[in-house]
Structure formats: structure tokens, C-alpha cells
Design a protein around this ligand. Structure first.
Ligand code: XBP
Ligand code: MG
Length: 238
């Protein structure tokens, strides 16, 4: 089956957003709501084991501030913190968070070559429209994000949702990811996956990845088509 669609992760893949984007946004939300919590670079790297901002706050509390979860309004406060964090992150994005090397040119090349583009991410939908310019966002036919599904990565749910919206089998697609959680999710959905690692994911186990890259700077559509054939076999021409 020939390659018909590319499904991109967002954070760490389209842009290196975690250390200097999401992390300061969380810290700004904590300060705004009067909490003395501060996630430094190392602590945030620990917390990235859990995807989803609300889930990550809850994980932090379980590990470091368990009494916070005993409050009757704990879930409401987590939602309030996350809404504030999203506001701060969107504001940071409007100041400009650069896309990773090769991302914009590959998106435009792939779209021009007739490949369908989609997003499968754990992040909140507003964050995507804040990160991408309207003309780049318009290249994506489907955007699966945040609470669209109940179970976030490493569960495959968001990738399965995107495949359903595309009405394509996994064998007609490639996923592009940056983390072990993302790879586990995409592989569980049956997707061959190209990995572009980040400083936070450099030491992750990427067994099962189709290719392991520093970034997308040298990646072209013909190369993706070649990798797709090696993954799914070239005899499968339908
Ligand atoms: C990365 C995530 C997200 C972001 C924070 O998503 O796990 O939770 O860290 O964004 P992906 P939110 O790599 O799947 O793009 O606070 O909006 O969840
Ligand atoms: Mg990611």
C-alpha cells in the first residue's frame, strides 16, 4: 500500500516546546494561583513521563504534594491551574516558538506532493493554533488533540482516532514522534514511526522506530516514501 498520509506529534516534534514553553507556562500558572510550586528543568523532565498537562499536575501532586489531592476541590483546582497554564503557554507562543529544523519545509513539500497531513497530540487544541501560523495549520486535514480521547499517549487512542477520521489503515501512513510515550502510542496503533529526538528524550528507548533522527532537516518526501516501503513492503501496491 502506498504512503498516503503523515501523522505528526506536536510537542517535541513540530517544535521543541517543553523546556522553554510548557514548563514556564506551568510555573507562571502556579505563581498566578498563589502556589509556591516551581518545576525546574530537571523536575519537569521527570514529570514528562506523564502526558497531558492536567495528568502531569496530578502526577506531581501524587509524588511531591500528596496532601493537595486530599482537598475536596482538588480536581477543580487542577482544571483551574491547567486553564491558567494554557493561557500563559498561548501567550508564549504568540511571542514565537520556532519550529524544529526541516519541519516547515517538509510539511509544505508533503502537502504539495499530495500527502494528507494530520496531527495526533496530547496537548490542548488551543496550543496548536497558537504554535502554528494559520497557513501551516491549514495544511492539516485532521487534528487529534488533548481530551478528544479519554486515554492519552502512551495509549494508542489519539492515533486510532486520527486514522478513523482519515479513513485510512495504518499501513497507508507514517507517524513522526519525539518520545517513548509517543512511539508506544503510534506503534500500538500499527503505525511505522520516524523519531526525531529532543534533549528531553535523548535517552529514551526507541526500539521499534523506523528511523531515529536528530531532526527532520534532511528528510524529504522521497525518503519517507522509501522508509514506508521498507516498513510495509513495496509489493503491496494497492
Ligand atoms: C506533549 C504533552 C502535552 C504537553 C503539555 O504532547 O504531553 O501534555 O506537554 O500540553 P505531544 P498540555 O508530545 O503528544 O504533542 O498542558 O496542553 O497537555
Ligand atoms: Mg511529543
Amino acid at each position: 500500500m502506498k504512503l498516503q498520509a503523515l501523522i505528526f506529534d506536536v510537542d517535541g516534534t513540530l517544535a521543541d516546546t517543553e523546556r522553554d514553553g510548557h514548563r514556564p507556562a506551568f510555573n507562571a500558572a502556579f505563581a498566578e494561583l498563589g502556589l509556591d510550586w516551581h518545576w525546574d528543568v530537571a523536575r519537569y523532565g521527570e514529570l514528562l513521563a506523564v502526558t497531558g498537562g492536567k495528568e502531569r499536575i496530578r502526577f506531581f501532586c501524587e509524588r511531591h504534594v500528596p496532601e493537595f489531592l486530599h482537598r475536596v476541590d482538588a480536581e477543580a483546582r487542577i482544571r483551574e491551574l491547567h486553564a491558567a497554564k494554557t493561557r500563559h503557554y498561548v501567550a508564549l507562543c504568540t511571542q514565537g516558538i520556532a519550529l524544529r529544523p526541516g519541519v516547515e519545509s517538509l510539511l509544505r513539500e508533503a502537502h504539495a506532493a499530495g500527502l494528507r497531513l494530520a496531527i495526533a497530540t496530547t496537548t490542548t487544541p488551543e496550543n496548536i493554533s497558537a504554535l502554528l501560523t494559520p497557513d501551516l495549520l491549514a495544511l492539516f486535514e485532521q487534528v487529534g488533540a488533548g481530551d478528544t480521547v479519554a486515554h492519552k499517549k502512551p495509549a494508542p487512542d489519539i492515533y486510532l482516532w486520527v486514522l478513523e477520521q482519515l479513513a485510512l489503515p495504518a499501513a497507508a501512513c507514517l507517524a513522526i514522534e519525539d518520545s517513548a510515550n509517543g512511539l508506544t502510542a503510534s506503534r500500538a496503533a500499527g503505525l511505522a514511526t520516524v523519531i526525531t529526538r529532543t534533549a528531553y528524550t535523548d535517552d529514551h528507548d526507541f526500539s521499534g522506530a523506523l528511523a531515529l533522527l536528530p531532526d527532520l532537516g534532511q528528510v524529504t518526501v522521497p525518503l519517507l516514501r522509501h522508509w514506508h516501503e521498507t516498513a510495509y513492503g513495496s509489493d503491496n501496491k494497492s
